[in-house]
Design a protein around this ligand. Sequence first.
Ligand code: NAD
Length: 494
Amino acid sequence: MGDDEEYAMTNDLSVPYLPTQLIIGGTGRDAASGATFEVTDPATGKVLSKVADATPEDGILALDSAAAAGAAWSRVPPRRRAEILHRVHDLLMERTDEFARLITLEMGKSLAESRTEVAYAAQFFRWFAAETVRIDGQWKVSEDGSARVLVMRQPVGPCLLITPWNVPLAMPARKIAPALAAGCTVVVKPAEETPLTTLKLAGVLAEAGTPDGVVNVIPTSRPAEVTGPLIRDDRLRKLSFTGSTEVGRILLAAASSRVLRTSLELGGNAPFLVCQDADVDAAVRGAITAKTRNIGEACVAANRFYVHAGVADEFVAKFTDRMRALRVGPGTAPETDLGPLINGRQRERVAALVDDAVRHGAQVLTGGVVPSGSGFFYPPTVLTDVSPAAAITREEIFGPVAAIQTFTDETEAVRQANDTEHGLVSYLYTRDLTRAVRLSEQLESGMVGLNRGLVSDASAPFGGVKQSGLGREGGNSGITEYLEEKYIAIDIPE
Ligand code: NAD
């Protein structure tokens, strides 16, 4: 039996079609150079597919196409844009299993989690379908009565959307849906680890009635080389990036040369506070969600646990039991809770953070050992007595590792929770209303999960403060990121 045959038998590859070409101007095409790059299954390390590797010339062609389609798309009546976006929602829901399988194959998460991601992605299309018919303006009398103030909102223009590998359907959806709702056209640059799901999404967008050129997708193994010329091109009017803070800084610097409108959804380092009066069982449930969703590879993953000494023993014992019981395996296996990490590099990073914490005195209650065999698996791991000096308290872990510290002084716990350059989300468990309000206000993050381990919601403004980003996605503000306000002063003489 050849390698490929064996692979097909051990992994259900019943995906009807693996998209492999760039999508430019509504047609699939190979890269100008003819080059491809490999996409691998992190559960096996084997090659899933080879995808066209866009060159800088392909990137410019994609922008040509987005720019050419822009005027006509901006004039499509909002009702029609809404119908198309609703149709995308429906098609995604109908094809949940197909999309879930593809997400699992290229990213690794369990099929159950991938199905949840499909529903989450679809929600953005439904939410922004409703927003597109509600883009409003203003008509008012100027302060001194000498003029009328007319305010309208227009699409910002062609957008470059750069997305990460960890949520390969919902992250592009969270950008494409509001951009299209606002009347913008887009060039999407998916992560090189997971381009297949985004390409398949582009197929659904076309099927739903999106005109050619409105959505272009350019996977590439050379992201800086391909996106650089686009960012410098006067026709590009907006950059929206989700990914690491490190790359976000580089892109913000590049965008500054043209004062390009930029939205950034960057890394997190979420604190998870359990106060003395918390419902410990609820906190354990929330901690499992916030720590292990997406195999811990989430910007909103709980990174640092601060548990009051009065409830620490109970919390740690119950949480460790739940972590230990999680089943690790290929995402395609129905019993799997935790799939593999995305690649060997990421697993080495996680293992190094754990080893460093142990060197700084941490106790390993479960996990902590890299398993042998193929695939990039890492076990659910609980560390206690974590020193604030350990790197794991400063760096985004991006793996199923919980680093727990205890506290007795609430003010000091909040100070430590805020002692990071990041500020995406904080989690807080307390049953005391006054404390809940006081600490929610003090925590320096764009979002707070109050007695809740999950904040992602299409109807809410998702985003961070400090170096976790600029702007918001979803909610009522999501569409404004893709709109420009224009004010017309109308002279009304006495
Ligand atoms: P990454 O920053 O390495 O890559 C993100 C994207 O940027 C990819 O498409 C990549 O190809 C591209 N890229 C990399 N270098 C580039 C460059 N110099 N110029 C242009 N494009 C470039 O991040 P990742 O490893 O794919 O994703 C994980 C990170 O994303 C984590 O830090 C995570 O917290 C963050 N993230 C944030 C959110 C959020 O909403 N705040 C959501 C998901 C992930």
